[in-house]
Design a protein around this ligand. Structure first.
Ligand code: AMP
Length: 216
């Protein structure tokens, strides 16, 4: 199954994509994670993306399309993938359509995570993740069972994203509204769009997503 998770920053796309990957063997394709890895490695792409990401703006379409085009063609994606953070603009969505058509692959569903924007800043600024395995946590909503120790791998170091601060979140939200929200009517017109209540508890959001996937 090939799906897109769509929603503003902090909607829970990454959390749900991680669980779908673990439980259903679909591959999580997070362009944000790919870019953060590029920044950490100091690659050409990373050098170009770093300042843009720190401001909360969008990285140019041509770079993003090239990145996803390479990744989606890897053999592990054939069994199914979850696009998390891509596409974010109409140009990216159109490029994705062309890519999938050339590969003879059908997009099964686009799932909108419906959220109350006012709650998102609190969700975002409290986020942190295990520095080793990437498992996600939150100061207020999801501390590890044993404080300071990752539930998944036992590691004791955690990291926070540089762009998860109140100031940058404003720019990221504005980018979502202006450039990504127009994708909702784009996918609605194709008949693939479904919605889930992104404000529900994490397990309930997951169940709603699974119901959509199993109903197709
Ligand atoms: P995310 O982890 O999805 O919140 O992405 C973090 C940052 O990476 C965004 O604020 C953008 O600067 C950049 N980014 C990730 N995916 C894309 C994309 N599809 N198009 C443009 N910029 C992106």
């Amino acid at each position: 199954m090939k799906i897109i998770l769509l929603g503003p920053p902090g909607a829970g796309k990454g959390t749900q994509a991680q669980r779908l990957q673990q439980e259903r063997g679909m591959v999580q394709l997070s362009t944000g994670d790919m870019l953060r890895a590029a920044v950490a490695s100091g690659s050409d792409l990373g050098v170009k993306a770093k300042a843009i990401m720190e401001r909360g703006d969008l990285v140019p379409d041509a770079l993003m399309v090239g990145l996803i085009e390479q990744r989606i063609a890897q053999p592990d994606c054939a069994k199914g993938f979850i696009l998390d953070g891509f596409p974010r603009t109409t140009a990216q969505a159109e490029a994705l359509d062309r890519m999938l058509a050339a590969m003879g692959v059908k997009l099964d569903r686009v799932i909108e995570m419906e959220v109350d924007e006012a709650a998102l800043t609190e969700r975002i600024v409290g986020r942190f993740s295990c520095a080793k395995c990437g498992a996600g946590y939150h100061d207020k909503f999801k501390q590890p069972a044993k404080r300071g120790v990752c539930d998944s791998c036992g590691h004791t170091e955690f990291s926070r994203r540089k762009d998860d601060n109140a100031e940058t979140v404003k720019t990221r939200m504005a980018a979502y509204r202006a450039q990504t929200e127009p994708l909702l009517p784009y996918y609605r017109a194709k008949g693939v769009l479904r919605g889930v209540d992104g404000m529900a508890e994490m397990g309930e959001v997951y169940r709603q997503i699974v119901r959509i996937l199993d109903g197709t």
